[in-house]
Write a protein that binds this ligand. Structure first.
Ligand SMILES: Nc1ncnc2c1ncn2[C@@H]1O[C@H](COP(=O)(O)OP(=O)(O)OP(=O)(O)O)[C@@H](O)[C@H]1O
Ligand code: SF4
Ligand SMILES: [Mg+2]
Length: 354
């Protein structure tokens, strides 16, 4: 088992928000205490609907924002209080690749300068060396070296995303945070970019935190999967367990929705509630077709349902345990929580399927 390269322990991020001009300040819990490890050289896929906290968690791992609680380590770097030279070194360790390559690439700059900018900031290339280095990186991501002289508007969406990946790789990071890296691309181009990312990972031993609202993308790429809902994990485990043997009603609804099995999706796929003033009990109760009185009264903690598989549900719709007295037909009772009260996923072995 590889050691964790990214380790997230009870991470929280809250924002103070105001409703209306004279409204009282409220607390929005964007990330509400999540824990997971990403073994070196593997991919952790974060999936969830819009507003579930995926990008906020990405910003925390990139140290673009501080945690409100908990801690994060990336490689040798504890992210709390990173300043100066330590912060600069951290940025060479992990780089972002974002959804919209057009807005993340400056339109006036030549591709060579876009790729060369971080190299110069980090003292890895002189001005005279930038063109050659950019051409090398363009070749690495499958583009013709002469693209270095073009501007972003002269490239297709897929080519721009390759440039964004080349720019990120210039600093020779050990990890990439990929926030919806193919969402803005045509379906036909998406697989090309995902395969490029897989090839680069194999060749360079990269660790990925991959974010997508698209379960198919996460299933294709990931060794481990975390299903985020209103800032908390609903299900966590290997790709085979979470996508292939989903045990949480929310994950099952996401799968049904992605397979267009609409008959099982509508309740669960109604609008996501506001992360301000969340009710007690289960976060998913307002949309769960299986909710009981217990779900409104008692918050389910993440608990193990397999060797490396956790769900936050009082019941176990995919399990075989006896049915609870208060559980609707078809629901097996959840076993008592053996997990600590905080959410914690020990590092799991890299999945064999790729
Ligand atoms: N700076 C901020 N101030 C206040 N609220 C914020 C801020 N950033 C994010 N939020 C809120 O935090 C919640 C999570 O947002 P986030 O962008 O992380 O979700 P997401 O899962 O990435 O969604 P999407 O799929 O739409 O990108 C949302 O309710 C959002 O409105
Ligand atoms: S705890 Fe209850 S409301 Fe929450 S997912 Fe499980 S059955 Fe649904
Ligand atoms: Mg986002």
């Amino acid at each position: 088992m590889s050691k964790p390269f990214i380790s997230v322990e009870g991470a929280q991020r809250q924002y103070q928000v105001k409703r209306g001009l004279f409204g009282r300040g409220k607390t929005l819990h964007a990330v509400a205490g999540v824990s997971f490890d990403v073994p070196e050289g593997s991919t952790f896929g974060l999936v969830g609907e819009s507003g579930s906290g995926k990008s906020t968690l990405a910003r925390l791992v990139l140290a673009a924002e501080p945690v409100s609680g908990g801690s994060i380590r990336v490689g040798e770097h504890q992210l709390a209080g990173l300043q100066g030279a330590r912060r600069k070194a951290f940025h060479r360790t992990v780089q972002p690749v974002l959804q919209d390559p057009y807005s993340s690439l400056s339109p006036q700059m030549r591709i060579a300068d876009i790729i060369g900018e971080p190299l110069r900031v980090h003292g890895l290339a002189q001005r005279s060396e930038v063109l050659a280095k950019a051409e090398e990186l363009l070749t690495l991501v499958g583009l013709a070296p002469e693209m270095a002289r073009r501007h972003p508007h002269e490239l297709s969406g897929g080519q721009r995303q390759r440039v964004a990946i080349a720019r990120a790789l210039g600093l020779q990071p050990q990890a990439l945070v990929l926030d919806e890296p193919v969402s803005a691309l045509d379906v036909s181009i998406q697989a090309q970019i995902l395969n490029l990312l897989k090839d680069l990972q194999r060749a360079r031993g990269l660790t990925y935190l991959l974010i997508s609202h698209d379960l198919a993308v996460v299933a294709y790429m990931s060794d481990q999967v975390g299903v985020l809902y209103l800032g908390e994990f609903m299900e966590l485990g290997t790709r085979e367990d979470v996508v292939g043997r989903a045990r949480h009603p929310y994950t099952r609804a996401l799968i049904a929705s992605s397979e267009s099995r609409v008959e099982s999706a509508p309740t669960a796929m109604a609008d996501i509630p506001s992360p301000i003033d969340l009710p007690g009990g289960c976060r998913f109760q307002s949309r769960c077709p299986h909710a009981t009185a217990r779900c409104a009264a008692e918050r389910p903690l993440l608990r193990p349902v397999g060797e490396a598989h956790w769900i936050a549900c009082h019941y176990d719709i995919g399990g075989t345990a006896g049915t609870a007295a208060d559980a609707p037909a078809g629901l097996a009772q959840g076993r008592p929580s053996a997990a600590a009260p905080r959410q914690r996923a020990p590092a799991t072995a890299e999945a064999t399927l790729r």
